[in-house]
Design a protein. Structure first.
Length: 153
């Protein structure tokens, strides 16, 4: 269901033909890189955090890790990822398929600077066996990101 929602969302940008569906899982950075055939860093992982009582998403390079000090300087609170059982209810996508496409209302999306070293990246597309190859301008446009941030090591 979340895959269909993400696919329908990307259709408005004429990008649904770029979606890849795999016979194997792409639920982790390593599995996604293997399925796509790229280096793990080019997988654009979407991390879900709780800020106050709302959810934010940060799309970062597959090899990036959140830097707590940088995160706190940007969001003025400690980095607190959503608990496994909260992810689907708050984002509209299950763990392994979280992406910035077709998410629930009220979610703010940020793109991390760690992505800027690539021309194209591969975020998930709403399921644990999908991805879509996007240029950074396409990712910016489709994610509806509020801003680029520098919150990773």
């Amino acid at each position: 269901m979340a895959f269909e929602k993400a696919k329908e969302y990307l259709k408005q940008f004429d990008l649904e033909d770029k979606i890849m569906v795999f016979d194997t899982s792409s639920a982790t950075v390593e599995l996604a890189a293997e399925a796509v055939g790229c280096e793990p860093a080019k997988i654009a992982k979407t991390l879900s955090f709780k800020v106050d009582d709302r959810c934010i998403l940060i799309v970062a390079a597959g090899d990036a890790k959140i830097d707590n000090k940088k995160y706190k300087s940007v969001f003025h609170t400690k980095a607190k990822m959503l608990a496994f059982e909260e992810v689907e209810a708050m984002t509209g996508h299950a763990v392994g398929g979280v992406c910035p496409f077709g998410v629930k209302e009220g979610i703010t999306v940020y793109l991390d600077e760690s992505l800027k070293r690539f021309e194209t990246v591969y975020p998930a597309c709403g399921s644990s066996n999908s991805a879509v190859e996007l240029t950074l301008p396409e990712l910016e446009r489709t994610s509806g990101c509020k801003a680029w941030v520098d919150v990773c090591k």
